[in-house]
Design a protein around this ligand. Structure first.
Ligand SMILES: Nc1ncnc2c1ncn2[C@@H]1O[C@H](COP(=O)(O)OP(=O)(O)OP(=O)(O)O)[C@@H](O)[C@H]1O
Length: 622
């Protein structure tokens, strides 16, 4: 289970875990074998954190992590031994080569879904071990005999000095990873993990995001490889096979995937338990398997999640602790949670862009969409005036969602054309359609459950205010200004949709359905969107909630001149907000015009029994 804490709350505990383990290792008079194993565990923790960014945060998978540890270790050693390069240059080149190989492999594997990535990385790991074992490159990599690693700048392998260096590198990796996960890039990781199609329609370059995550994962593996090679002093290919990749996975399971501190705890347990405490191979394998099973079945949130849960319960039951927790939280909380809010920015007025003041926002001409032999939409024509609210109605299965999905590029038409603000979207990718101002909400709110409310709304702006991986890794020093703008606009949008300030620091999964729909709407409003596609925003809402939503929509429509295309089954709601409507039935348009005109038609009323001119509170389903 993924824990995914809210912004910045992972940094302190994660650094604390890495720091305490390092300081304890330095301060305590450890048995040499335990100290040696501990350094190895800290090195593997770095590889595990890398894998967690890919698995726990981005929702992908890799069974080749040990192979990338090997590449980093072997490449650095080979640069030193074969080319006589100094240590620092060899490390930079060794890690750099691993990054380049990761990008090359990543450019292929990110095209596939999880099964494809798993298979490709598994196969890649096998190839790496085979190449390292074979004779072809044995003069460089030592073949089956392995490679002796020269000493690291006079540091005794397994000594306190080496432990200190490994601990410091681990702490730096923890800080960088926490900053990355709390940044624009980290938000995109989690959106991709939640739903790739939704992420694409929100403007996220899904493949690019998966590439960044994969490359980061592999670079951390290479850093781990460099440190590991120094402590073992000898590299042998069989130490980097599929078994070790599975071990790294086990570190996530045991420690807690989707956290930064969890993999450190997992690495300690998975490395020290069989490597030091249970040195008999057979007993070790059985106990190790049993521990893994216990965590998989009984503690899916891992050690970190368990401690987090206990701490939360303790914080609730012990008044003093609770107050202390609140104080510490408020220090890290951003505006809208506990601290003062930055002044809300005036949101962009889409009407100033010119094209929204007249003409057509959307033109759908002769659209046909097929799923195999099934024709979901046929000869569909829709015209939506700029700045208007246009409802799409029809019975279940009429093709309403299919129409929205085709307009935002998730489905491809088999015939016909769609023009948005005058430009055809034929062959245009979903994230590029988002760049043209098409913003989408979904029938089941497509929020990221493990992000807080404000971060969810920021996702709607991230594609307009683009950052970069490098600035994201530097954290507030480099991204503070942009994050303040994002924060301010997110707060404005949350004001606009009526989410209470005290609810904005919560993880989005803890909101009720109506709030989740509002958060998704806020994400749609916050950016440079000009055409808002709302898929059944009223589904599952009470009459009061529906009325409040209609009021919100009327207000944002009036204030920002958005064009809105809304699918709904609630005729009262449609009468309340729509200027025009199109009725679909069996994938064909059966009526279009103003709501009053269309609903006055006897054939439409006959098709949709139960359509009444009832007030909103009594609105009936179609
Ligand atoms: N990806 C898909 N593959 C195959 N068939 C699909 C797919 N998506 C939709 N359909 C089919 O296309 C038809 C239209 O579905 P769609 O979801 O667009 O209807 P809808 O009007 O939005 O219905 P509802 O009001 O129940 O959401 C349905 O028969 C549905 O089963």
């Amino acid at each position: 289970m993924i824990i995914g804490d809210a912004k910045n709350r992972t940094l302190v505990p994660s650094v604390a875990i890495a720091g305490v383990v390092t300081v304890a290792g330095l301060a305590l008079p450890l048995d040499p074998a335990l100290q040696y194993t501990l350094i190895g565990a800290l090195a593997w923790a770095i590889a595990a954190i890398g894998l967690d960014v890919l698995v726990g945060f981005t929702g992908q998978v890799s069974f080749g992590q040990a192979a990338f540890v090997a590449i980093g270790a072997y490449a650095t050693s080979a640069f030193r031994l074969s080319m006589g390069l100094p240590l620092v240059l060899a490390v930079v080149l060794g890690v750099g080569v691993t990054g380049v190989i990761a990008l090359a492999l990543g450019s292929v594997v990110v095209r596939y879904r999880i099964f494809g990535i798993a298979t490709a990385t598994l196969f890649f790991g096998y190839v790496v071990v085979t190449v390292l074992t074979g004779d072809t490159f044995s003069t460089v990599f030592g073949g089956a005999n392995g490679l002796a690693v020269p000493e690291f700048a006079g540091l005794e392998a397994g000594g306190k000095g080496y432990l200190a260096v490994t601990g410091v590198v681990l702490i730096l990796v923890v800080v960088a990873t926490c900053l990355l996960n709390d940044s624009q890039t980290g938000r995109a990781f989690r959106m991709v993990k939640t739903n790739e199609a939704v992420a694409a329609s929100a403007g996220i370059r899904v493949r690019q995001v998966k590439m960044i995550s994969f490359a980061y994962c592999c670079v951390l593996a290479a850093i781990a490889g460099v440190l590991y090679s120094g402590v073992v002093g000898y590299l042998s290919p069989e130490g980097f096979g599929i078994k070790q990749s599975v071990n790294i996975f086990a570190m996530l399971v045991v420690g807690g995937a989707g956290t930064v501190g969890g993999p450190i705890l997992g690495a300690l347990l998975v490395t020290i338990l069989p490597g030091y405490l249970l040195r008999d191979g057979h007993v070790s394998a059985v106990v190790f398997a049993a521990v893994l099973l216990v965590f998989l079945i009984l503690l899916p949130e891992g050690i970190y999640g368990l401690v987090h849960r206990w701490a939360t319960v303790l914080g609730r039951t012990v008044p003093g602790l609770s107050a202390a927790a609140l104080r510490s939280r408020s220090r890290w909380a951003t505006a809208g949670r506990a601290g003062p809010r930055p002044p809300a920015e005036t949101p962009p007025d889409r009407r100033s862009s010119g094209s929204d003041t007249g003409g057509l926002a959307l033109e759908v001409d002769g659209l046909q969409v097929r799923f195999g032999d099934f024709v979901a939409l046929s000869q569909v024509d829709v015209r939506i005036e700029s700045g208007s609210v246009h409802a799409i109605v029809g019975p279940n299965g009429a093709g309403k969602t299919t129409l929205l999905n085709t307009v935002c590029g998730l489905y491809l038409p088999s015939q016909g054309d769609i023009r948005i603000f005058g430009s055809s979207i034929r062959g245009v990718k979903p994230h590029r359609i988002r760049d043209r101002g098409v913003v989408r909400t979904f029938q089941t709110p497509a929020i990221v459950p493990d992000l807080d409310v404000v971060a969810n709304v920021k996702l709607g702006l991230d594609t307009d205010l683009k950052g970069s991986l490098w600035t994201d890794l530097l954290g507030p020093l480099a991204t503070g200004g942009r994050e303040r703008v994002l924060e301010s606009r997110a707060q404005w949008a949350l004001d606009a949709v009526g989410i209470a300030a005290r609810r904005r620091g919560m993880l989005a999964r803890n909101l009720d359905l109506s709030e989740q729909k509002r958060v998704e709407l806020a994400r749609g409003l916050v950016g440079q969107g000009r055409l808002l596609l709302l898929d059944e925003p009223t589904a599952g809402l009470s009459a009061d909630e529906m009325q409040a939503l209609a009021q919100t929509l009327r207000q944002v429509h009036r204030d920002f001149g958005l064009t809105i295309m809304v699918v709904s089954h609630h005729i009262g709601f449609i009468r309340d907000i729509a200027d025009a409507m199109t009725v679909l039935d069996y994938g064909r348009v059966v009526g279009t015009g103003t709501p009053d005109d269309v609903l006055a038609r006897a054939d439409i009323a006959a098709t949709f029994m139960g359509v009444e001119t009832a007030p909103l509170a009594e609105a009936e389903d179609l």
